[in-house]
Design a protein around this ligand. Structure first.
Ligand code: FAD
Ligand code: N01
Length: 544
Protein backbone atom coordinates (compact mmCIF):
# COMPACT_ATOMS: atom_id res chain seq x y z
CA UNK A 1 0.00 0.00 0.00
CA UNK A 2 1.39 3.43 -0.83
CA UNK A 3 0.31 6.93 0.03
CA UNK A 4 -0.30 9.20 -2.86
CA UNK A 5 0.20 12.38 -0.86
CA UNK A 6 2.80 11.20 1.66
CA UNK A 7 5.41 13.75 2.72
CA UNK A 8 8.08 11.11 2.38
CA UNK A 9 9.17 12.96 -0.70
CA UNK A 10 12.83 12.24 -0.38
CA UNK A 11 12.25 8.53 0.10
CA UNK A 12 12.31 6.47 -3.01
CA UNK A 13 9.56 4.16 -1.87
CA UNK A 14 9.97 1.96 -4.87
CA UNK A 15 13.36 0.97 -3.55
CA UNK A 16 13.52 -2.13 -1.43
CA UNK A 17 13.07 -1.90 2.34
CA UNK A 18 11.87 1.69 2.28
CA UNK A 19 8.68 2.63 4.10
CA UNK A 20 6.91 5.59 5.61
CA UNK A 21 7.37 4.01 9.04
CA UNK A 22 9.37 1.23 10.60
CA UNK A 23 8.00 -0.20 13.83
CA UNK A 24 10.20 -2.22 16.18
CA UNK A 25 8.34 -4.91 18.15
CA UNK A 26 5.18 -6.93 17.50
CA UNK A 27 3.61 -6.89 20.94
CA UNK A 28 0.26 -5.20 21.48
CA UNK A 29 1.88 -1.80 20.79
CA UNK A 30 3.54 -2.70 17.50
CA UNK A 31 0.51 -4.59 16.22
CA UNK A 32 -1.91 -1.73 16.77
CA UNK A 33 0.61 0.81 15.41
CA UNK A 34 0.84 -1.18 12.20
CA UNK A 35 -2.95 -1.45 11.95
CA UNK A 36 -3.39 2.29 12.42
CA UNK A 37 -0.71 3.41 9.98
CA UNK A 38 -1.94 1.01 7.33
CA UNK A 39 -5.52 2.21 7.86
CA UNK A 40 -4.34 5.77 7.24
CA UNK A 41 -2.68 4.72 4.00
CA UNK A 42 0.96 4.80 5.09
CA UNK A 43 3.43 2.06 4.28
CA UNK A 44 4.83 0.37 7.35
CA UNK A 45 6.71 -2.74 8.44
CA UNK A 46 7.21 -4.23 11.86
CA UNK A 47 10.48 -5.90 12.80
CA UNK A 48 10.21 -8.44 15.62
CA UNK A 49 12.93 -10.48 17.34
CA UNK A 50 10.60 -13.38 18.17
CA UNK A 51 8.94 -15.73 15.72
CA UNK A 52 5.42 -14.69 16.65
CA UNK A 53 3.29 -11.78 17.81
CA UNK A 54 2.26 -10.95 21.38
CA UNK A 55 5.48 -9.62 22.93
CA UNK A 56 5.20 -10.10 26.69
CA UNK A 57 2.75 -12.97 26.18
CA UNK A 58 4.96 -14.59 23.57
CA UNK A 59 8.03 -14.58 25.83
CA UNK A 60 6.62 -15.05 29.35
CA UNK A 61 5.27 -18.61 29.16
CA UNK A 62 6.20 -19.60 32.70
CA UNK A 63 3.71 -21.68 34.71
CA UNK A 64 0.98 -19.54 36.25
CA UNK A 65 1.57 -16.50 34.02
CA UNK A 66 -1.58 -14.40 33.59
CA UNK A 67 -2.63 -10.77 33.59
CA UNK A 68 -3.66 -8.97 36.76
CA UNK A 69 -5.86 -6.36 35.11
CA UNK A 70 -9.35 -7.71 34.38
CA UNK A 71 -9.22 -9.37 30.96
CA UNK A 72 -12.33 -7.46 29.84
CA UNK A 73 -10.24 -4.31 30.35
CA UNK A 74 -6.83 -5.73 29.40
CA UNK A 75 -7.80 -5.89 25.73
CA UNK A 76 -8.00 -3.65 22.70
CA UNK A 77 -10.91 -1.26 22.32
CA UNK A 78 -10.07 0.17 18.88
CA UNK A 79 -12.43 -2.25 17.15
CA UNK A 80 -15.95 -2.62 18.49
CA UNK A 81 -16.36 -5.81 16.40
CA UNK A 82 -13.24 -7.31 17.96
CA UNK A 83 -14.26 -6.53 21.52
CA UNK A 84 -17.76 -7.83 20.89
CA UNK A 85 -16.66 -11.10 19.31
CA UNK A 86 -13.84 -12.10 21.67
CA UNK A 87 -14.92 -14.02 24.78
CA UNK A 88 -12.53 -14.06 27.75
CA UNK A 89 -12.78 -17.23 29.82
CA UNK A 90 -11.63 -15.83 33.16
CA UNK A 91 -11.48 -12.64 35.20
CA UNK A 92 -7.67 -12.77 34.75
CA UNK A 93 -6.85 -14.70 31.57
CA UNK A 94 -3.91 -17.09 31.52
CA UNK A 95 -0.94 -16.41 29.26
CA UNK A 96 -1.89 -18.97 26.55
CA UNK A 97 -5.29 -17.29 26.15
CA UNK A 98 -3.78 -13.79 25.91
CA UNK A 99 -1.30 -15.08 23.32
CA UNK A 100 -4.18 -16.69 21.41
CA UNK A 101 -5.93 -13.31 21.46
CA UNK A 102 -2.82 -11.57 20.08
CA UNK A 103 -2.67 -14.15 17.28
CA UNK A 104 -6.38 -13.73 16.61
CA UNK A 105 -5.88 -9.97 16.23
CA UNK A 106 -2.94 -10.54 13.87
CA UNK A 107 -5.06 -12.83 11.69
CA UNK A 108 -8.27 -10.83 11.89
CA UNK A 109 -6.56 -7.67 10.66
CA UNK A 110 -4.12 -9.45 8.35
CA UNK A 111 -1.12 -7.99 10.15
CA UNK A 112 1.40 -10.78 9.62
CA UNK A 113 2.14 -9.88 5.99
CA UNK A 114 3.81 -6.70 7.24
CA UNK A 115 5.73 -8.20 10.15
CA UNK A 116 9.26 -9.48 9.72
CA UNK A 117 9.85 -12.10 12.42
CA UNK A 118 13.07 -13.57 13.85
CA UNK A 119 14.86 -10.31 13.19
CA UNK A 120 16.45 -8.03 15.73
CA UNK A 121 17.02 -4.33 15.21
CA UNK A 122 20.59 -3.51 16.18
CA UNK A 123 20.85 0.15 15.27
CA UNK A 124 19.01 3.10 13.83
CA UNK A 125 20.59 6.32 12.62
CA UNK A 126 19.02 9.59 11.60
CA UNK A 127 20.43 10.92 8.35
CA UNK A 128 20.02 14.67 8.74
CA UNK A 129 20.38 15.57 5.06
CA UNK A 130 17.51 13.36 3.96
CA UNK A 131 15.60 13.30 7.27
CA UNK A 132 15.44 9.55 7.07
CA UNK A 133 16.05 6.87 9.70
CA UNK A 134 18.30 4.02 8.55
CA UNK A 135 17.66 0.85 10.47
CA UNK A 136 20.04 -2.13 10.57
CA UNK A 137 19.18 -5.63 11.71
CA UNK A 138 21.08 -8.67 12.97
CA UNK A 139 20.71 -10.37 9.58
CA UNK A 140 22.39 -7.42 7.84
CA UNK A 141 19.24 -5.96 6.35
CA UNK A 142 18.99 -2.21 6.00
CA UNK A 143 15.67 -0.36 6.09
CA UNK A 144 14.87 3.31 5.51
CA UNK A 145 11.91 5.18 6.83
CA UNK A 146 10.77 8.67 7.65
CA UNK A 147 9.36 7.58 11.00
CA UNK A 148 10.85 5.05 13.35
CA UNK A 149 8.53 3.82 16.07
CA UNK A 150 9.83 1.95 19.07
CA UNK A 151 7.26 -0.56 20.30
CA UNK A 152 9.98 -2.45 22.10
CA UNK A 153 8.18 -2.87 25.43
CA UNK A 154 8.78 -1.71 28.99
CA UNK A 155 9.39 -5.21 30.36
CA UNK A 156 11.01 -7.02 27.48
CA UNK A 157 14.71 -7.17 28.39
CA UNK A 158 15.23 -9.98 30.91
CA UNK A 159 17.57 -9.25 33.80
CA UNK A 160 19.88 -12.20 34.23
CA UNK A 161 22.07 -11.37 37.22
CA UNK A 162 25.69 -12.34 36.63
CA UNK A 163 25.92 -15.05 39.25
CA UNK A 164 29.39 -16.49 39.65
CA UNK A 165 29.58 -20.07 38.38
CA UNK A 166 26.39 -20.08 36.27
CA UNK A 167 28.18 -21.96 33.49
CA UNK A 168 29.21 -24.71 35.91
CA UNK A 169 25.61 -25.71 36.69
CA UNK A 170 24.95 -29.16 35.26
CA UNK A 171 21.15 -28.89 35.09
CA UNK A 172 18.89 -26.66 32.98
CA UNK A 173 18.07 -23.11 33.97
CA UNK A 174 15.31 -20.83 32.79
CA UNK A 175 14.39 -17.15 32.96
CA UNK A 176 10.66 -16.53 33.40
CA UNK A 177 10.81 -13.88 30.67
CA UNK A 178 12.26 -16.30 28.10
CA UNK A 179 10.42 -19.49 28.92
CA UNK A 180 10.77 -22.47 26.54
CA UNK A 181 7.83 -22.76 24.16
CA UNK A 182 7.46 -26.47 24.76
CA UNK A 183 7.01 -25.92 28.50
CA UNK A 184 9.02 -27.48 31.32
CA UNK A 185 8.05 -30.52 33.35
CA UNK A 186 9.38 -30.27 36.91
CA UNK A 187 7.80 -33.53 38.06
CA UNK A 188 10.04 -35.26 40.58
CA UNK A 189 12.66 -32.51 40.33
CA UNK A 190 14.40 -30.43 42.97
CA UNK A 191 13.89 -26.85 41.80
CA UNK A 192 15.45 -23.59 42.96
CA UNK A 193 13.70 -20.33 42.12
CA UNK A 194 15.49 -17.01 42.59
CA UNK A 195 13.27 -13.97 43.13
CA UNK A 196 9.93 -13.21 44.73
CA UNK A 197 8.45 -10.56 42.42
CA UNK A 198 5.23 -10.94 40.38
CA UNK A 199 6.61 -13.64 38.06
CA UNK A 200 7.86 -15.77 40.95
CA UNK A 201 4.71 -15.25 42.98
CA UNK A 202 2.59 -16.47 40.06
CA UNK A 203 4.81 -19.43 39.23
CA UNK A 204 5.81 -20.74 42.68
CA UNK A 205 2.40 -22.30 43.55
CA UNK A 206 2.25 -24.02 40.15
CA UNK A 207 5.85 -25.26 40.18
CA UNK A 208 5.28 -26.52 43.74
CA UNK A 209 2.49 -28.78 42.42
CA UNK A 210 5.05 -30.64 40.32
CA UNK A 211 8.40 -30.36 42.03
CA UNK A 212 9.62 -32.86 44.58
CA UNK A 213 11.45 -30.10 46.45
CA UNK A 214 11.15 -26.37 45.86
CA UNK A 215 13.65 -23.86 47.24
CA UNK A 216 12.52 -20.23 47.04
CA UNK A 217 15.40 -17.77 47.36
CA UNK A 218 13.93 -14.53 48.71
CA UNK A 219 15.98 -11.33 48.90
CA UNK A 220 13.05 -8.98 49.48
CA UNK A 221 9.59 -10.10 50.57
CA UNK A 222 6.77 -8.64 48.49
CA UNK A 223 3.15 -7.83 49.20
CA UNK A 224 0.69 -9.93 47.28
CA UNK A 225 -3.09 -9.90 47.22
CA UNK A 226 -5.11 -12.99 46.23
CA UNK A 227 -6.49 -12.79 42.70
CA UNK A 228 -9.67 -14.76 43.50
CA UNK A 229 -9.59 -15.56 39.83
CA UNK A 230 -12.76 -17.10 38.45
CA UNK A 231 -14.47 -18.19 35.27
CA UNK A 232 -16.53 -15.46 33.67
CA UNK A 233 -20.15 -16.33 33.06
CA UNK A 234 -21.77 -15.31 29.82
CA UNK A 235 -24.40 -13.13 31.49
CA UNK A 236 -21.68 -11.01 33.06
CA UNK A 237 -19.77 -10.80 29.77
CA UNK A 238 -22.89 -9.82 27.85
CA UNK A 239 -23.80 -7.19 30.40
CA UNK A 240 -20.41 -5.53 29.89
CA UNK A 241 -20.64 -5.89 26.13
CA UNK A 242 -24.00 -4.12 26.09
CA UNK A 243 -22.15 -0.99 27.16
CA UNK A 244 -18.47 -1.76 26.58
CA UNK A 245 -17.84 1.89 25.74
CA UNK A 246 -19.22 2.87 29.14
CA UNK A 247 -16.64 0.66 30.87
CA UNK A 248 -13.85 2.04 28.69
CA UNK A 249 -14.93 5.61 29.42
CA UNK A 250 -14.98 5.00 33.17
CA UNK A 251 -11.49 3.52 32.92
CA UNK A 252 -10.18 6.68 31.25
CA UNK A 253 -11.26 8.71 34.27
CA UNK A 254 -9.25 6.51 36.60
CA UNK A 255 -5.61 7.21 37.50
CA UNK A 256 -4.60 3.65 36.61
CA UNK A 257 -6.69 3.46 33.45
CA UNK A 258 -8.90 0.68 34.76
CA UNK A 259 -12.47 0.90 35.93
CA UNK A 260 -11.85 -2.02 38.30
CA UNK A 261 -9.76 0.09 40.69
CA UNK A 262 -12.67 2.18 42.01
CA UNK A 263 -10.61 4.48 44.21
CA UNK A 264 -12.26 5.11 47.57
CA UNK A 265 -11.85 8.89 47.89
CA UNK A 266 -11.34 8.80 51.63
CA UNK A 267 -8.12 8.91 53.66
CA UNK A 268 -7.26 5.77 55.62
CA UNK A 269 -6.31 7.87 58.63
CA UNK A 270 -9.66 9.68 58.65
CA UNK A 271 -11.80 6.64 59.43
CA UNK A 272 -12.10 4.43 62.49
CA UNK A 273 -10.00 1.29 62.71
CA UNK A 274 -13.14 -0.79 62.44
CA UNK A 275 -14.15 0.89 59.18
CA UNK A 276 -10.62 0.59 57.84
CA UNK A 277 -10.43 -3.13 58.50
CA UNK A 278 -13.87 -3.59 56.99
CA UNK A 279 -12.73 -1.83 53.81
CA UNK A 280 -9.50 -3.85 53.61
CA UNK A 281 -11.42 -7.12 54.20
CA UNK A 282 -13.82 -6.21 51.40
CA UNK A 283 -11.00 -5.41 48.98
CA UNK A 284 -9.04 -8.53 50.02
CA UNK A 285 -12.11 -10.63 49.23
CA UNK A 286 -12.56 -8.90 45.86
CA UNK A 287 -8.88 -9.53 45.23
CA UNK A 288 -6.07 -8.08 43.13
CA UNK A 289 -4.60 -4.64 42.57
CA UNK A 290 -7.84 -2.75 43.47
CA UNK A 291 -6.74 -3.41 47.06
CA UNK A 292 -4.59 -0.27 46.67
CA UNK A 293 -7.79 1.68 45.93
CA UNK A 294 -9.04 1.00 49.47
CA UNK A 295 -8.13 4.58 50.43
CA UNK A 296 -6.88 7.53 48.41
CA UNK A 297 -3.87 8.35 50.63
CA UNK A 298 -2.17 4.94 50.77
CA UNK A 299 0.71 6.09 48.61
CA UNK A 300 0.85 9.57 50.05
CA UNK A 301 0.86 9.14 53.80
CA UNK A 302 3.20 6.63 55.52
CA UNK A 303 0.77 6.27 58.45
CA UNK A 304 -2.05 5.34 56.10
CA UNK A 305 0.20 3.02 54.18
CA UNK A 306 1.14 1.23 57.40
CA UNK A 307 -2.49 0.38 58.10
CA UNK A 308 -2.76 -1.44 54.76
CA UNK A 309 0.65 -3.09 55.18
CA UNK A 310 -0.28 -4.29 58.68
CA UNK A 311 -3.53 -5.71 57.36
CA UNK A 312 -1.69 -7.83 54.76
CA UNK A 313 0.81 -8.94 57.41
CA UNK A 314 -2.08 -10.08 59.61
CA UNK A 315 -3.34 -12.15 56.66
CA UNK A 316 0.11 -13.74 56.30
CA UNK A 317 -0.06 -14.73 59.99
CA UNK A 318 -3.51 -16.21 59.42
CA UNK A 319 -2.52 -18.22 56.36
CA UNK A 320 1.02 -19.42 57.04
CA UNK A 321 1.30 -22.13 59.69
CA UNK A 322 4.95 -21.77 60.67
CA UNK A 323 5.41 -18.41 62.48
CA UNK A 324 9.07 -18.20 61.41
CA UNK A 325 8.15 -18.60 57.74
CA UNK A 326 5.29 -16.12 58.17
CA UNK A 327 7.72 -13.61 59.65
CA UNK A 328 10.11 -14.03 56.72
CA UNK A 329 7.28 -13.56 54.21
CA UNK A 330 6.29 -10.21 55.74
CA UNK A 331 7.59 -7.35 53.63
CA UNK A 332 9.43 -4.59 55.43
CA UNK A 333 8.84 -1.74 53.01
CA UNK A 334 5.90 0.39 51.98
CA UNK A 335 2.98 -1.50 50.41
CA UNK A 336 2.62 -0.57 46.72
CA UNK A 337 6.13 0.85 46.53
CA UNK A 338 7.37 -2.10 44.56
CA UNK A 339 4.70 -3.32 42.11
CA UNK A 340 1.92 -4.98 44.10
CA UNK A 341 1.72 -8.68 43.26
CA UNK A 342 -1.42 -10.71 42.68
CA UNK A 343 -1.43 -14.42 43.40
CA UNK A 344 -3.31 -17.67 43.60
CA UNK A 345 -2.38 -19.58 46.76
CA UNK A 346 1.04 -17.99 47.19
CA UNK A 347 1.22 -17.80 50.97
CA UNK A 348 -0.59 -21.16 51.29
CA UNK A 349 2.16 -22.81 49.22
CA UNK A 350 4.62 -22.31 52.08
CA UNK A 351 2.56 -24.65 54.28
CA UNK A 352 3.66 -27.57 52.11
CA UNK A 353 6.53 -29.54 53.58
CA UNK A 354 8.48 -29.74 50.30
CA UNK A 355 8.51 -25.94 49.84
CA UNK A 356 11.42 -24.17 51.52
CA UNK A 357 11.86 -20.42 51.89
CA UNK A 358 15.53 -19.39 51.90
CA UNK A 359 16.29 -15.90 53.16
CA UNK A 360 19.03 -14.30 51.07
CA UNK A 361 18.46 -10.77 52.30
CA UNK A 362 21.60 -10.67 54.43
CA UNK A 363 23.65 -13.67 53.42
CA UNK A 364 23.37 -13.26 49.66
CA UNK A 365 23.53 -15.92 46.98
CA UNK A 366 27.23 -16.53 46.68
CA UNK A 367 27.35 -18.51 43.47
CA UNK A 368 25.82 -21.14 41.28
CA UNK A 369 27.71 -24.40 41.49
CA UNK A 370 27.74 -27.58 39.48
CA UNK A 371 25.02 -28.98 41.74
CA UNK A 372 22.98 -26.01 42.81
CA UNK A 373 22.88 -22.66 44.57
CA UNK A 374 25.36 -21.63 47.23
CA UNK A 375 24.32 -19.21 49.95
CA UNK A 376 27.14 -18.42 52.34
CA UNK A 377 28.70 -21.77 53.12
CA UNK A 378 25.54 -23.79 52.38
CA UNK A 379 24.93 -25.42 49.04
CA UNK A 380 21.32 -26.15 48.01
CA UNK A 381 21.40 -29.04 45.57
CA UNK A 382 18.83 -28.67 42.78
CA UNK A 383 18.09 -30.24 39.40
CA UNK A 384 16.83 -27.03 37.76
CA UNK A 385 17.01 -23.29 38.44
CA UNK A 386 14.37 -20.68 37.62
CA UNK A 387 15.51 -17.07 37.45
CA UNK A 388 12.48 -14.93 38.23
CA UNK A 389 14.79 -11.95 38.41
CA UNK A 390 12.80 -9.47 36.36
CA UNK A 391 13.74 -7.02 33.64
CA UNK A 392 15.89 -4.05 32.75
CA UNK A 393 12.65 -2.11 32.73
CA UNK A 394 11.54 0.81 30.57
CA UNK A 395 14.92 1.72 29.10
CA UNK A 396 16.55 -1.72 28.60
CA UNK A 397 15.16 -2.54 25.15
CA UNK A 398 15.82 0.99 23.85
CA UNK A 399 19.35 1.08 25.18
CA UNK A 400 20.08 -2.25 23.51
CA UNK A 401 19.58 -0.57 20.15
CA UNK A 402 22.30 1.81 19.01
CA UNK A 403 20.08 4.85 18.38
CA UNK A 404 21.92 7.76 16.79
CA UNK A 405 20.14 11.09 16.40
CA UNK A 406 21.14 14.52 15.19
CA UNK A 407 24.75 15.66 15.60
CA UNK A 408 25.69 12.00 16.00
CA UNK A 409 24.32 11.99 19.53
CA UNK A 410 23.38 8.54 20.81
CA UNK A 411 20.33 7.92 22.96
CA UNK A 412 22.54 6.04 25.42
CA UNK A 413 24.62 9.16 25.79
CA UNK A 414 21.63 11.43 26.23
CA UNK A 415 20.19 9.05 28.84
CA UNK A 416 23.40 8.62 30.84
CA UNK A 417 21.74 10.12 33.93
CA UNK A 418 18.30 8.67 33.24
CA UNK A 419 15.74 8.76 30.42
CA UNK A 420 14.87 12.18 28.99
CA UNK A 421 11.77 12.43 26.80
CA UNK A 422 8.83 14.70 26.25
CA UNK A 423 5.66 12.90 27.38
CA UNK A 424 7.45 9.58 26.96
CA UNK A 425 6.78 9.97 23.24
CA UNK A 426 9.72 11.79 21.65
CA UNK A 427 13.17 13.03 22.69
CA UNK A 428 14.99 16.19 21.66
CA UNK A 429 17.73 15.30 19.19
CA UNK A 430 15.80 12.30 17.84
CA UNK A 431 13.25 13.71 15.37
CA UNK A 432 10.49 11.42 14.12
CA UNK A 433 11.56 8.66 16.55
CA UNK A 434 8.46 7.83 18.56
CA UNK A 435 8.33 5.53 21.55
CA UNK A 436 5.13 3.81 22.66
CA UNK A 437 4.71 3.93 26.45
CA UNK A 438 8.15 5.44 26.89
CA UNK A 439 9.62 6.76 30.16
CA UNK A 440 7.68 9.80 31.36
CA UNK A 441 4.28 8.37 30.40
CA UNK A 442 1.87 6.46 32.72
CA UNK A 443 2.76 3.17 30.98
CA UNK A 444 3.59 0.56 33.63
CA UNK A 445 1.61 2.40 36.30
CA UNK A 446 -1.54 1.95 34.25
CA UNK A 447 -3.57 -0.67 32.45
CA UNK A 448 -1.14 -0.95 29.57
CA UNK A 449 -3.54 -1.81 26.76
CA UNK A 450 -5.48 1.49 26.79
CA UNK A 451 -2.23 3.38 27.41
CA UNK A 452 -0.72 1.72 24.35
CA UNK A 453 -3.80 2.61 22.30
CA UNK A 454 -3.70 6.22 23.47
CA UNK A 455 -0.05 6.53 22.39
CA UNK A 456 -0.64 4.83 19.06
CA UNK A 457 -3.62 7.10 18.36
CA UNK A 458 -1.56 10.18 19.26
CA UNK A 459 1.36 9.11 17.06
CA UNK A 460 -0.88 8.22 14.09
CA UNK A 461 -2.72 11.51 14.39
CA UNK A 462 0.61 13.33 14.52
CA UNK A 463 1.99 11.58 11.42
CA UNK A 464 -1.26 12.31 9.60
CA UNK A 465 -1.02 15.97 10.66
CA UNK A 466 2.56 16.26 9.35
CA UNK A 467 1.50 14.65 6.12
CA UNK A 468 -1.55 16.87 5.66
CA UNK A 469 0.49 20.01 6.33
CA UNK A 470 3.48 19.17 4.15
CA UNK A 471 5.73 18.89 7.17
CA UNK A 472 8.50 16.33 7.39
CA UNK A 473 9.80 16.42 10.91
CA UNK A 474 8.68 16.68 14.54
CA UNK A 475 11.00 17.13 17.49
CA UNK A 476 10.36 18.41 21.01
CA UNK A 477 11.95 21.64 22.12
CA UNK A 478 14.50 21.32 24.88
CA UNK A 479 12.40 23.63 27.08
CA UNK A 480 9.29 21.44 26.76
CA UNK A 481 11.29 18.29 27.44
CA UNK A 482 12.98 19.79 30.52
CA UNK A 483 9.71 21.13 31.86
CA UNK A 484 8.00 17.76 31.46
CA UNK A 485 10.85 15.89 33.15
CA UNK A 486 10.70 18.34 36.08
CA UNK A 487 6.97 17.72 36.34
CA UNK A 488 7.44 13.92 36.16
CA UNK A 489 10.03 14.15 38.97
CA UNK A 490 7.95 16.53 41.03
CA UNK A 491 4.86 14.30 41.09
CA UNK A 492 7.02 11.22 41.70
CA UNK A 493 8.58 12.96 44.67
CA UNK A 494 5.18 13.34 46.30
CA UNK A 495 4.45 9.62 46.14
CA UNK A 496 5.77 6.99 48.52
CA UNK A 497 6.30 4.89 45.40
CA UNK A 498 9.59 6.59 44.67
CA UNK A 499 11.04 5.75 48.07
CA UNK A 500 12.16 2.12 47.75
CA UNK A 501 14.56 0.06 45.64
CA UNK A 502 12.22 -0.96 42.84
CA UNK A 503 12.63 -1.40 39.11
CA UNK A 504 10.53 1.78 38.73
CA UNK A 505 13.68 3.64 39.83
CA UNK A 506 16.10 1.27 38.09
CA UNK A 507 17.41 -0.08 41.41
CA UNK A 508 17.38 -3.70 40.19
CA UNK A 509 20.10 -3.11 37.59
CA UNK A 510 23.65 -2.42 38.76
CA UNK A 511 24.85 1.00 37.66
CA UNK A 512 21.46 2.15 36.33
CA UNK A 513 20.77 5.81 37.24
CA UNK A 514 18.19 6.14 39.98
CA UNK A 515 15.28 7.99 38.37
CA UNK A 516 11.56 7.32 38.81
CA UNK A 517 10.81 6.48 35.19
CA UNK A 518 7.02 6.29 34.62
CA UNK A 519 4.67 9.26 35.00
CA UNK A 520 2.74 8.94 38.24
CA UNK A 521 0.39 11.89 37.70
CA UNK A 522 -2.32 9.53 36.47
CA UNK A 523 -3.97 8.65 33.17
CA UNK A 524 -6.62 11.44 33.09
CA UNK A 525 -4.09 14.26 33.65
CA UNK A 526 -1.73 12.73 31.12
CA UNK A 527 -4.37 12.26 28.45
CA UNK A 528 -5.53 15.82 28.96
CA UNK A 529 -1.99 17.13 28.54
CA UNK A 530 -1.49 15.15 25.31
CA UNK A 531 -4.79 16.42 23.89
CA UNK A 532 -4.07 20.02 24.90
CA UNK A 533 -0.72 19.95 23.11
CA UNK A 534 -2.40 18.82 19.90
CA UNK A 535 -5.16 21.41 20.20
CA UNK A 536 -2.46 24.09 20.50
CA UNK A 537 -0.81 22.98 17.24
CA UNK A 538 1.71 20.63 18.86
CA UNK A 539 2.87 23.07 21.48
CA UNK A 540 6.35 22.25 22.74
CA UNK A 541 7.40 20.68 19.45
CA UNK A 542 9.28 22.06 16.48
CA UNK A 543 7.58 21.06 13.27
CA UNK A 544 9.56 21.58 10.07
P1 FAD B 1 6.02 -6.05 24.58
O1 FAD B 1 4.85 -6.92 24.72
O2 FAD B 1 7.12 -6.19 25.56
O3 FAD B 1 6.59 -6.27 23.10
C1 FAD B 1 7.79 -5.71 22.70
C2 FAD B 1 8.31 -6.55 21.55
O4 FAD B 1 9.43 -5.88 20.99
C3 FAD B 1 8.80 -7.92 21.96
O5 FAD B 1 8.12 -8.91 21.25
C4 FAD B 1 10.28 -7.91 21.64
O6 FAD B 1 10.75 -9.16 21.17
C5 FAD B 1 10.38 -6.84 20.59
N1 FAD B 1 11.68 -6.19 20.55
C6 FAD B 1 12.31 -5.52 21.55
N2 FAD B 1 13.50 -5.07 21.11
C7 FAD B 1 13.62 -5.46 19.82
C8 FAD B 1 14.63 -5.29 18.84
N3 FAD B 1 15.76 -4.63 19.10
N4 FAD B 1 14.42 -5.82 17.61
C9 FAD B 1 13.27 -6.50 17.32
N5 FAD B 1 12.30 -6.69 18.22
C10 FAD B 1 12.47 -6.17 19.46
N6 FAD B 1 0.45 -4.95 31.93
C11 FAD B 1 -0.83 -4.71 32.29
O7 FAD B 1 -1.33 -3.61 32.05
N7 FAD B 1 -1.58 -5.66 32.89
C12 FAD B 1 -1.08 -6.89 33.17
O8 FAD B 1 -1.77 -7.71 33.75
C13 FAD B 1 0.27 -7.17 32.81
N8 FAD B 1 0.82 -8.37 33.06
C14 FAD B 1 2.13 -8.59 32.73
C15 FAD B 1 2.68 -9.84 33.00
C16 FAD B 1 4.01 -10.09 32.71
C17 FAD B 1 4.57 -11.43 32.95
C18 FAD B 1 4.81 -9.05 32.19
C19 FAD B 1 6.28 -9.28 31.92
C20 FAD B 1 4.27 -7.82 31.91
C21 FAD B 1 2.92 -7.59 32.15
N9 FAD B 1 2.31 -6.37 31.84
C22 FAD B 1 1.01 -6.14 32.18
C23 FAD B 1 3.05 -5.37 31.07
C24 FAD B 1 3.08 -5.77 29.55
O9 FAD B 1 4.40 -5.73 29.19
C25 FAD B 1 2.18 -4.84 28.74
O10 FAD B 1 0.86 -4.95 29.21
C26 FAD B 1 2.13 -5.09 27.24
O11 FAD B 1 1.98 -6.43 26.91
C27 FAD B 1 3.31 -4.47 26.55
O12 FAD B 1 3.14 -4.53 25.16
P2 FAD B 1 4.22 -3.84 24.20
O13 FAD B 1 3.83 -4.20 22.83
O14 FAD B 1 4.39 -2.43 24.56
O15 FAD B 1 5.60 -4.54 24.59
O1 N01 C 1 10.50 -9.08 38.31
P1 N01 C 1 10.74 -8.21 39.64
P2 N01 C 1 9.18 -9.87 37.87
N1 N01 C 1 19.61 -12.32 44.12
O2 N01 C 1 11.83 -7.26 39.30
C1 N01 C 1 14.95 -10.82 42.75
C2 N01 C 1 5.20 -7.32 35.49
N2 N01 C 1 4.60 -8.63 35.77
O3 N01 C 1 9.50 -10.56 36.59
O4 N01 C 1 13.42 -7.31 45.22
C3 N01 C 1 18.43 -12.58 44.66
O5 N01 C 1 9.51 -7.67 40.18
C4 N01 C 1 14.41 -9.51 43.23
O6 N01 C 1 14.79 -9.27 44.55
P3 N01 C 1 14.85 -7.72 45.11
C5 N01 C 1 4.96 -6.44 36.69
O7 N01 C 1 4.90 -5.12 36.28
C6 N01 C 1 3.28 -8.68 36.01
O8 N01 C 1 8.68 -10.67 38.94
O9 N01 C 1 15.56 -6.94 44.06
N3 N01 C 1 17.25 -12.13 44.19
C7 N01 C 1 12.91 -9.75 43.03
O10 N01 C 1 12.37 -10.47 44.09
C8 N01 C 1 6.20 -6.74 37.50
O11 N01 C 1 6.48 -5.82 38.49
C9 N01 C 1 2.69 -9.87 36.33
O12 N01 C 1 15.58 -7.82 46.35
C10 N01 C 1 17.33 -11.37 43.09
C11 N01 C 1 12.87 -10.61 41.76
O13 N01 C 1 14.17 -11.17 41.61
C12 N01 C 1 7.24 -6.81 36.42
O14 N01 C 1 6.60 -7.48 35.34
C13 N01 C 1 3.45 -11.02 36.40
C14 N01 C 1 18.52 -11.06 42.44
C15 N01 C 1 12.55 -9.81 40.53
O15 N01 C 1 11.27 -9.28 40.67
C16 N01 C 1 8.50 -7.57 36.82
O16 N01 C 1 8.14 -8.72 37.57
C17 N01 C 1 4.79 -10.94 36.14
C18 N01 C 1 19.71 -11.57 43.01
N4 N01 C 1 20.90 -11.30 42.47
C19 N01 C 1 5.37 -9.74 35.81
N5 N01 C 1 18.25 -10.28 41.38
C20 N01 C 1 1.26 -9.91 36.64
O17 N01 C 1 0.82 -10.55 37.55
C21 N01 C 1 16.91 -10.10 41.36
N6 N01 C 1 16.36 -10.77 42.39
C22 N01 C 1 0.38 -9.11 35.84
Amino acid sequence: MTTSNSTVAKLDKASQNTYDALIVGAGFAGMYMLYQLRSLGFTAKVIEAGDGVGGTWYWNRYPGARCDVWSMEYSYQFSEELQQEWVWSQKYAPQPEILKYANHVADRFDLRKDIIFNTKVLSTKYIEETKIWTIKTDDNQVFNSQFCIMATGCLSTPNKPKFKGIDDFKGPWYHTGQWPHEGVDFTGKRVGIIGTGSSAIQSIPVIAEQAEQLFVFQRTANYTIPAHNKDLDLDFINEIKMDYQGLRDRAKLNRGGTAALRLNEVNAVDVSEEDRIQQYEKRWEEGGVPFMGSFQDLLLNPDSNKTAADFVKSKIDEIVNDPKVAELLKPKNIIGCKRLCVDTNYYQTFNQSHVNLIDVSETKIDSITEKGIKVGEYEYEVDAIVFATGFDAMTGALKNIDIIGTNNQTLNNKWEDGPRMYLGLLAKGFPNLFTITGPGSPSVLSNMLPSIEQHVDWISQCIQYLNDNNLTQIEPTIEAEEEWISHVNEVAGKSLRSTCDSWYVGANIAGKPRVFMPYIGGVPAYREKCEEIVSKGYEGFNLT
